[in-house]
Design a protein around this ligand. Structure first.
Ligand code: FUB
Length: 340
């Protein structure tokens, strides 16, 4: 058992964690949770490893090279760690850094969407297929045409699927402002503080789920007065880890604010937006990154997230889950990742 795998473990602030890691035998992060037709819950996430890279400002220390899928039969039940579902060596175009993935299901096939760096150092998004929710997955020979940056999440709505993706800074969104990767683009220039922040992207998927059916467009995130959230508004602007879900007629776009460490959300009336900022979902966890998914399962809604309880190291994270509750007006009750 890894150190700190105990209900009595406390974070750097001396407080006990709200919930415990789902698994302790491997390090896991960036959980995208789904309930498919069999009623079980599957988590498609990153498999963190303790690599050699020195920690840097662009996430070079996240050296993940494969995916391991988790599954649970019941909330609070045992979590199973499945064998390797896809390895970087089996993705012809990818060199390294298999970061946060997501999955979709259509017509008897499971689709795993994942970002990785190609041999030019550009993040692209790939797709792999399987007849089993836990793989093994077979990768397409090329990345999705027109894809760039990181953190794909695929949202199903009205018979269509949409990919929402992107991440600034180490996620390279600022190097793709023209839709084409600029190897000489700035590593860190995210625009002037009083300019609109860089936006996550959205594209409808093709019928066969292997391509974009349209050129990715910006997802606008507005403040309470209808103005775009600005680049300098670091507590609220998009950084990475977008997730979309729907409740009633309302679309919820949630994301990480990165260097300010919040999980926040905005609501809208269409998956394309515009979205209006509403508030925080999760206060900062122990660890630099924060990343999540939201899913309904057996009559409740759950937030899947990660922190570094087990290792205390940024690069070695562990996935957790906790219940998420709405207020009567549809706003989300902010979660504190520590016990009161
Ligand atoms: O896991 C690597 C990166 O860290 C993800 O792509 C980001 O969302 C952050 O969690």
């Amino acid at each position: 058992m890894m150190a700190n795998a105990s209900a009595d473990a406390v974070g750097p602030n001396g407080r006990r964690y709200l919930s415990q890691p789902l698994v302790t035998e491997i390090y896991t992060a960036d959980p995208s949770a789904h309930v498919w037709g069999d009623g079980k819950l599957y988590v498609y996430g990153s498999h963190d490893i303790d690599g050699d890279a020195v920690e840097d400002d662009l996430g070079g220390h996240f050296e993940m090279r494969d995916y391991r899928i988790l599954s649970m039969d019941e909330p609070g039940g045992k979590t199973t760690v499945h064998p390797v579902a896809l390895d970087v060596d089996d993705v012809p175009w990818a060199e390294k850094q298999m970061w946060a993935p997501d999955a979709a299901f259509k017509n008897g096939t499971y689709y795993l969407y994942f970002p990785a760096k190609d041999r030019e150092g550009a993040f692209r998004i790939g797709v792999a297929t399987s007849k089993s929710p836990v793989g093994p997955f077979k990768a397409a020979p090329e990345p999705i045409k027109g894809s760039f940056s990181i953190d794909p999440s695929v949202f199903a709505d009205g018979g269509e699927h949409y990919m929402i993706f992107g991440g600034i800074w180490g996620g390279q969104l600022q190097r793709n402002t023209t839709g084409t990767y600029d190897p000489n683009g700035s590593k860190t220039d995210m625009g002037k503080p009083n300019e609109p922040a860089l936006a996550p992207k959205i594209a409808k998927m093709s019928g066969d789920m292997m391509e974009f059916a349209e050129t990715p467009r910006d997802v606008q995130i507005l403040d309470e007065s209808g103005k775009p959230i600005l680049a300098g508004d670091t507590d609220r602007r998009f950084f990475e880890a977008a997730w979309m879900h729907k409740r009633g007629d309302t679309y919820y776009l949630s994301y990480s604010t990165g260097d300010t460490h919040y999980l926040v959300y905005a609501t809208g009336k269409s998956p394309y937006g515009p979205f209006t900022y509403r508030g925080r979902i999760l206060e900062p966890v122990n660890g630099w990154t924060t990343h999540h998914s939201i899913v309904d399962w057996k009559g409740k809604t759950y937030l899947f997230y990660h922190d570094v309880q087990l290792s205390g190291q940024t690069r070695l994270r562990n996935v957790k889950m906790t219940e998420l509750n709405y207020n009567p007006d549809g706003t989300i009750q902010t979660i504190d990742p520590y016990q009161k």
